[in-house]
Design a protein around this ligand. Structure first.
Ligand code: CP
Ligand code: NVA
Length: 316
C-alpha cells in the first residue's frame, strides 16, 4: 500500500514541523548521499538537478554559514541564485505580499532570514507557487537543526534513545532542536535561567511529534541537564536583534557557560556543539570550543549537504 505520508509534496520549510519524522529521516539519508557524492563535483548525479531553476536570497540579518551554503548548494545542483536586497522585506516600497507575488513569476524558491516568523509565513501564503525556506527567524532556525541532526547521526549512529543537552537561551536554535531531535527518538534536555526557558508551546509541539519515547525536559541546573548526555550544545546568549540586552544577559547567563567543569559533568564521550558564531569565554570557553569533543565545523559543513537535500526535496 502506498505510504501517502512519504509521497505528499512539501511546499515550504518554515519549521522542522513541516516535515514528518519519516520525511526528516529520509532528508538526512539524502544529505548523507549528497555528502558522499560531493567529491564527484560536476559528475555527481545531482549536478544538473536544478538546471534552469532560480533560488532567491532575502536576508535581513547577517549570515556567513546559511547564506554561503544555500548559494553553494544551489549552484552545485546546477541552479542559479538571485540576491533580493533586504530593503524589500520592509514592505515600504511595496507590500511584502506583492514582492512575493512578483518573485513567484520568475523564480522557484526563496531563502528568507528575518525577525518575525509571520513575515516568512506571509511570503509563503501570498505566493502559492514559491517554495519558501526559513533561514532563521526570531522563533526558529530549522535549517540549522537539519545539519545538527546529520552531525549527530554521523557521530552516534541511530539517535534513538540518545540525549542532547542544550545549555543557555531557549531561543530559535533551541526551538528547532526541540522539534527535530525527538522526531528521531532523541531526547532534549534544556537548561536555562529563569525567564529564558524554551517556550511551553514549543515543548508541547515537540512532544506531539516525538518518537520512541523521546522527551523534552527543562532544567534550571546545567549540570543536571548534561548528566548522561551524548552531546552538549550551546548558542549565543544574545541573538541577532537582542544586541542591546547583551550586557544584562552576560550576568543572567554567567552560570550557563559550557566550560571544562560542565563538560566533566557529562559523560567523557560527550560531543560539544554550537551553531556558530561563537563568543569564546562567554557561552563557551576557548578550551571546550577547541577540544577534541567539538564538532562545530562538522555542523557548519553539514549545513551545505542538508540544504542541498532540502532544495531537492522541495523543488523536485
Ligand atoms: N549558524 C548560522 O546560521 O550561521 P550564520 O548566522 O552565519 O548563517
Ligand atoms: N540564536 C542565534 C543564532 C545565530 C545563528 C541568533 O539568532 O542570532
Amino acid at each position: 500500500m502506498a505510504n501517502t505520508e512519504l509521497e505528499r509534496s512539501v511546499k515550504d520549510f518554515i519549521s522542522v514541523r513541516d516535515l514528518s519524522p519519516a520525511e526528516l529521516a529520509r532528508l538526512l539519508d539524502l544529505s548523507a548521499g549528497l555528502k558522499a557524492d560531493r567529491r564527484l563535483r560536476r559528475r555527481a548525479p545531482t549536478a544538473d538537478a536544478l538546471a534552469g531553476r532560480h533560488v532567491a536570497m532575502l536576508f535581513e540579518k547577517p549570515s556567513l554559514r546559511t547564506r554561503s551554503t544555500f548559494e553553494i548548494a544551489t549552484r552545485e545542483l546546477g541552479g542559479d541564485t538571485l540576491d533580493v536586497p533586504a530593503q524589500f522585506a520592509e514592505g515600504i516600497r511595496e507590500p511584502l505580499q506583492d514582492v512575493a507575488r512578483n518573485l513567484e513569476r520568475w523564480i522557484d524558491a526563496i531563502v528568507v532570514r528575518t525577525y518575525a516568523q509571520a513575515k516568512v509565513m506571509m511570503i509563503a501564503s501570498a505566493a502559492p507557487n514559491l517554495h519558501v525556506i526559513n533561514a532563521l527567524t526570531d522563533d526558529e532556525h530549522p535549517c540549522q537543526a537539519l545539519a545538527d541532526m546529520l552531525t549527530l547521526r554521523e557521530r552516534l549512529g541511530s539517535l534513538r534513545g540518545r540525549t542532547l543537552a542544550y545549555v543557555g537561551d531557549g531561543n530559535n536554535t533551541a526551538t528547532s532542536l526541540a522539534h527535530a531531535a525527538p522526531m528521531l527518538g532523541m531526547s532534549l534536555h534544556v537548561a536555562s535561567p529563569a525567564g529564558y526557558e524554551l517556550p511551553a508551546h514549543v515543548v508541547e509541539e515537540a512532544m506531539r511529534s516525538a518518537r520512541d519515547g523521546a522527551l523534552v525536559r527543562l532544567f534550571r541546573d546545567p549540570r543536571e541537564a548534561v548528566a548522561g548526555a551524548d552531546a552538549v550544545y550551546t548558542d549565543v546568549w544574545a541573538s541577532m536583534g537582542e544586541e542591546k540586552e547583551a550586557a544584562a544577559r552576560k550576568l543572567v547567563f554567567a552560570d550557563y557557560q559550557v566550560n571544562r567543569a560542565l563538560m566533566a559533568a557529562a559523560p567523557g564521550s560527550a560531543l560539544f556543539m554550537h551553531c556558530l558564531p561563537a563568543h569564546r569565554e562567554e557561552e563557551v570557553t576557548a578550551e571546550v570550543f577547541e577540544s577534541p569533543a567539538s564538532v562545530v565545523f562538522d555542523q557548519a559543513e553539514n549545513r551545505l549537504h542538508t540544504e542541498k537535500a532540502l532544495l531537492l526535496t522541495l523543488l523536485s
